[in-house]
Design a protein around this ligand. Structure first.
Ligand code: OVM
Length: 405
């Protein structure tokens, strides 16, 4: 019994439940408590070790051989249980299979390819900000983050404009499944069928535009770099990974600015700080804040005995606020160089789209900084009850617009 072994180890055990409503609404006090208990804490409710300190989270992510991805990123253990959908060929794969696919995706998402997108992103951001001027109260989550990302991201991939709201529904299924198969997950997959078929049809070559990144994946298959049948699934990875993550990040960064209005003034004074502000925002409130790895062999983490084929749960959100790593971690400070923040993961599975994600956000916050004098919260935000992401569905904002230059 793993729990008996954990008890004998003398290491801390906790009744904290990372999927409880209380934790979902506010995990930060629990993070502090768990970090102070020790480098590893046994979660009684789920019979897994939970890592909440930066050093150990980083170490596990940096050892993909012992802590693999192919057995799933949720608590569902593919050694023993069936995944809810065909596993990702990228995120839920290990070397050697992972390596070639990752290389191809890295080339599709190269700096040169991404640089070409900047101007289009800038135009969309400016046009969107113009439209927001007509609103008394702006919902930062829907009117800003969603409106922007659901335009620029699927455009970049080459997905047609109709039905893009399906991407949000799909994202909820995908990221809830990286938790446990509880009621939250079940609710997100109710009526999943039409959503999944819409997504899968978008991944087909003849449905993708000729000048998007989806087509580039198929061209790599044409060139013999990938088996033909892998291209469709790699396009699915774009659509799974690139929507909720980025939307949530933007909303969370907007929220951070409402809590630290001095930081907005710093950005106003120098919009070139947008890039590091985004990095700091990802650290301050990490969108995808926990997931798992699975041990491939018997091992230890900080003295904790780990049997083979066990789930280990990692809190990225907590690692990014660990005072052992960061000075004043609970302060959102856009002058901080948040280098090493783990919102994109690290090592072989570090987000392959992170340059694109950064560009989307950097452009939006640069344009906002040029146009908006102040951002205030205009009401209570609404939280989405979610297994693994810190999402708000409503972020009521009062934006004060500067005269147009
Ligand atoms: C995928 C996938 C899904 C969700 C997240 C992700 C952050 C990848 O299907 O490959 O990376």
């Amino acid at each position: 019994m793993q729990s008996a072994i954990a008890a004998q180890s003398g290491l801390p055990m906790s009744d904290v439940d990372p999927f409880s409503l209380e934790y979902i609404m506010d995990p930060f006090a629990a993070h502090e408590q768990l970090r102070n208990l020790g480098s590893v804490v046994w979660l009684n409710k789920y019979n897994v070790w939970f890592l909440t300190r930066y050093e150990e989270v980083h170490a596990v992510l940096s050892n993909p051989k012992t802590f693999c991805s192919s057995k799933g990123l949720g608590l569902t253990n593919y050694y023993f249980e069936k995944p809810w959908r065909a596993p990702s060929l990228l995120l839920e794969a290990d070397p050697p299979e992972h390596t070639k696919r990752r290389q191809v995706m890295g080339r599709v998402l190269s700096p040169a390819n991404i640089r070409k997108l900047r101007e289009g992103f800038e135009q969309e951001a400016r046009a969107l900000i113009d439209r927001l001027m007509e609103k008394e109260i702006v919902n930062g989550a829907k009117d800003l983050s969603e409106a922007y990302i659901l335009k620029v991201f699927p455009d970049a991939i080459g997905v047609s404009p109709e039905g893009r709201e399906n991407m949000l529904k799909y994202g909820l299924m995908v990221f809830n499944a990286f938790g446990i198969h509880n009621k939250i997950f079940e609710d997100s997959v109710k009526d999943a069928e039409p959503v999944i078929s819409w997504i899968m049809s978008c991944c087909e070559r003849d449905r993708l535009s000729k000048n998007g990144m989806g087509e580039l994946v198929y061209q790599a298959a044409d060139a013999g770099e990938l088996p033909q049948d892998e291209a469709l699934m790699l396009v699915r990875s774009f659509l799974s990974a690139g929507v909720d993550t980025t939307i949530t990040a933007i909303t969370n960064i907007l929220y951070a600015f409402t809590q630290f209005p001095g930081e907005w003034q710093k950005l106003r004074a120098n919009p070139a700080l947008a890039r590091q502000a985004v990095e700091e925002g990802l650290r301050y409130e990490t969108p995808w804040h926990h997931f798992c790895r699975t041990s491939t062999e018997e091992t230890t983490i900080a003295g904790a005995p780990i049997a083979a084929k066990q789930k280990i749960m990692l809190s990225i959100g907590s690692a990014n606020r660990d005072p052992r790593k960061w000075d004043n971690p609970d302060v959102f400070d856009i002058n901080r160089i948040a280098h090493g923040q783990l919102a994109f993961g690290t090592n072989i599975h570090g987000c392959v789209g992170q340059m694109l994600s950064r560009l989307e956000k950097e452009v939006l916050f640069t344009e906002l900084a040029k146009r908006i004098e102040s951002i205030e919260l205009a009401g209570e935000p609404t939280r989405v009850v979610h297994n693994t992401m810190r999402i708000r569905s409503n972020l009521p904002l009062k934006l004060k617009f500067a005269a147009k230059a």
